[in-house]
Design a protein around this ligand. Structure first.
Ligand SMILES: Nc1ncnc2c1ncn2[C@@H]1O[C@H](COP(=O)(O)OP(=O)(O)OP(=O)(O)O)[C@@H](O)[C@H]1O
Length: 267
């Protein structure tokens, strides 16, 4: 099988998608470890793209390079046509552990990105309160992180990222540490956020089902040195409502298809 082929099982790829983020010929080596090789990928504006691939294939590395937290060995990242040289206000990283301040309330934590940017207290608390509501945490403004469940802490991290109004949200396996019910609820909420916020989401996950459920575009990465093997756009069942996606025949077919292409790497 030609692994470099771009698959379009549901709908043709737009002729010229408007990209918020482009990675061009990115390579990254850590000493002797070649993590990424010549990886080029477009991230359409206002959509959610998942990076999916076997463990250790370089998904987090790519996300950190896009965030400007890590320099590629070669290649460039562009955000809105401008080359990335470091972290910037156009991108917000939602960390796996969310990096919340344990001594600060939910409100202050959610406002923390704005505080770092010097936004006045009243304005930042207003904006933080709006996003605390948006992520379903109304009533917890004055709680502390240790009083929250893992899923709620994740929502605080997401509220913080939304409050700074970055155009690009980078999420590294945000749902890996929560129970299945919380995870499903969060996936539904994420779908609504993508629709309502018109931001570009780049999302790392290990879960094929999760990627197909939440993504407009899935980039399947091959194991080290990682390249993109396929781009899948599971758009056919999008308008059918969050409750119907998991039993949609197209959803199930795409999950099977991705599993078929990844299984050889885990056997
Ligand atoms: N700081 C580092 N120094 C040396 N090697 C590293 C470093 N960070 C990552 N690597 C290696 O680079 C490869 C890619 O790592 P990365 O964390 O990006 O993969 P991943 O796809 O996100 O993995 P996982 O799905 O398990 O989180 C791995 O082999 C990893 O061991």
């Amino acid at each position: 099988m030609d692994m470099s082929q771009t698959k379009t099982p549901v709908q043709p790829v737009d002729a010229a998608p408007d990209s918020a983020v482009s990675t061009r010929n990115i390579s990254k080596t850590y000493g002797a470890v070649e993590a990424l090789r010549d990886l080029s990928l477009e991230f359409p504006r206002g959509q959610l793209t998942s990076l999916l691939g076997p463990s250790g294939c370089g998904k987090t590395t790519l996300l950190k390079i896009i965030a400007g937290l890590l320099e590629p060995t070669s290649g460039t990242v562009e955000v809105n046509g401008k080359t990335v040289t470091g972290p910037g206000p156009d991108r917000a990283f939602v960390f796996q552990d969310f990096a919340l301040l344990p001594w600060a309330t939910v409100l202050r934590n959610a406002a923390f990105g704005l505080e770092m940017r010097g936004v006045a207290r009243a304005e930042r608390e207003d904006r933080a309160a709006h996003y605390i509501k948006e992520v379903g945490l109304s009533g917890f403004e004055n709680a502390y992180p240790h009083e929250l469940s893992g899923g709620m802490r994740q929502r605080v991290g997401l509220a913080r990222a939304l409050a700074v109004d970055a155009q690009v949200l980078l999420m590294d396996e945000p749902f890996s540490a929560v129970d299945e019910q919380t995870r499903r609820k969060f996936q539904e909420d994420l779908l609504n956020l993508v629709r309502n916020e018109n931001k570009t989401f780049i999302f790392v996950t290990h879960s094929i089902e999760e990627a197909v459920y939440v993504s407009d575009q899935i980039a399947i990465l091959l194991p080290r040195p990682s390249r993109v093997s396929e781009i899948i756009r599971p758009t056919g069942f999008r308008g059918k409502g969050v409750d119907n996606i998991r039993r949609d025949p197209e959803y199930l077919d795409i999950v099977d298809e991705i599993w078929a292409s990844l299984r050889s790497y885990v056997e």
